[in-house]
Design a protein around this ligand. Structure first.
Ligand SMILES: Nc1ncnc2c1ncn2[C@@H]1O[C@H](COP(=O)(O)OP(=O)(O)OP(=O)(O)O)[C@@H](O)[C@H]1O
Length: 300
């Protein structure tokens, strides 16, 4: 049985349907991607999963059971809008938050120290939140969402406001949690993070799930429309090949857009006759391209 099952959940605000019958399941040790344009219904979905608001229809099941107060201990949430108290010391508020979720003061304290060490900031223990930079506050907020060892963690834009080094640090932490069996729901507008972390995804559009499944399978549904040709020489006549829609000359060679996959073979034949090829690749679509295509087409 999967730790998290979302079954046909529905939420209405007045005339507005915020979430319209969405279903998905997340396995143990899995990071599930929840994507969508602004206002698509991601936060509302996450709030229903957290039990902060109740669905008007459908249900959320945790290890097969409906929401109960005891679940508070098993759920962790990193909200998009950060909610730490600026004037209070990091240790005071994080230990308090962990205690609220059923942890003993001693365990909370040792967990906090371990996490601060992990993030290479043990000196923050005694600092007030307002003394930390925005990115470092973000690390503390992340610790607040996992300090009580939750089984299910919901991360909303977890890496926003972080420099590239800290993004990598948090990303590796998220992967460790996954490898230790934590179930995660991950929402972001950064598609490259989803490609790196998530096996399965849902793309929401105007309250509906419009694309769902494994990333690999979703990608196979879309045609491959980009060819990379690495070469030091010139290739003449690429524009004239049927199905070639755009040719970009780069430092490394060519990036060629095609409307039909057969054009790739023609490109290769033409290039072989004219130059030495260092690399030839027909790229699968990126998640970013799929997102823009799906959401964009539906806008029209
Ligand atoms: N409390 C509320 N009252 C009225 N409407 C709401 C409420 N919460 C959300 N909505 C509406 O429901 C829709 C979905 O909002 P939601 O916050 O879930 O989107 P989102 O996908 O998280 O967007 P973003 O990427 O901008 O954070 C929006 O049209 C929003 O205006």
């Amino acid at each position: 049985m999967k730790p998290l099952k979302v079954d046909q959940i529905y939420k209405q605000y007045g005339e507005k349907t915020a979430v319209n019958g969405i279903s998905f399941e997340v396995g143990q040790g899995e990071i599930y991607g929840l994507l969508g344009a602004n206002g698509a219904g991601k936060t509302t979905t996450m709030r229903m999963v957290l039990g902060l608001i109740y669905p008007d229809g459908g249900e959320v099941l945790y290890n097969g059971k409906p929401y109960s107060k005891e679940l508070l201990q098993s759920l962790g949430y990193l909200p998009e809008e950060r909610g730490l108290y600026p004037r209070i010391r990091v240790s005071d508020q994080l230990i308090y938050l962990a205690e609220l979720r059923g942890m003993s003061k001693r365990d909370a304290d040792s967990n906090l120290k371990r996490w601060l060490e992990r993030f290479e900031v043990p000196e923050y223990y005694n600092k007030r939140v307002e003394e930390l930079s925005k990115g470092n506050q973000q690390k503390i907020q992340f610790i607040a969402s996992v300090i009580h060892n939750p089984q299910i963690v919901i991360l909303d834009e977890a890496f926003s406001g972080l420099d590239p080094v800290n993004v990598e640090l948090l990303k590796s932490t998220v992967k460790e949690l996954r490898d230790n069996g934590t179930t995660m729901l991950f929402s972001t507008h950064r598609m490259e993070h989803v490609e790196e972390l998530c096996r399965n995804i849902t793309i929401l559009h105007r309250s509906n799930a419009v694309v769902q499944g494994s990333l690999k399978e979703i990608k196979s549904r879309y045609p491959r429309e980009r060819v990379i040709l690495k070469t030091e020489g010139d290739v003449n006549g690429l524009d004239a090949i049927g199905g070639v829609t755009k040719v970009n000359r780069h430092e490394y060679g060519y990036e060629i857009h095609i409307a039909k996959e057969e054009a790739a073979g023609e490109i290769l034949r033409l290039a072989i006759g004219q130059t030495d090829i260092q690399r030839f690749e027909v790229l699968e679509p990126t998640l970013n391209e799929i997102f823009i295509k799906t959401v964009g087409e539906r806008h029209e």
